[in-house]
Write a protein that binds this ligand. Structure first.
Ligand code: HBI
Length: 96
């Protein structure tokens, strides 16, 4: 399991992920999304789910109609790792 990011690595990584906010308590990153409707939200979640399986790295997320909230952290490492950063970039790319 790749190791936890140092604070420097974390700050550098988050510089390229401006839409995400740091959750200090969870040592995680969060982003909220609003789509046109449930269909669009679920299609987004399906694409992320397939990528999560491919990476063996899964989001903590919730969905209410057209809104999706995602939290990324690496449970095995107890904080942020490169897997979280990579998945966040994938999510940004598919979210548009
Ligand atoms: N997803 N976010 C996250 N963090 C993990 O530590 C993790 C995961 N998905 C699968 C996974 N670990 C496996 O390696 C097992 O540890 C469950």
């Amino acid at each position: 399991m790749s190791g936890r990011l140092s604070s420097t690595e974390r700050n550098e990584a988050l510089g390229a992920l401006p839409a995400w906010t740091l959750d200090e308590d969870r040592e995680a990153i969060r982003r909220k999304f609003q789509f046109a409707d449930f269909n669009a939200a679920f299609a987004f979640m399906a694409r992320v789910a397939l990528q999560a399986e491919k990476m063996d790295h899964h989001p903590e997320w919730s969905n209410v109609y057209n809104k999706v909230e995602i939290l990324l952290s690496t449970h095995d490492a107890g904080g942020l790792t490169q897997k979280d950063i990579a998945l966040a970039h994938f999510i940004d790319a598919v979210a548009g």
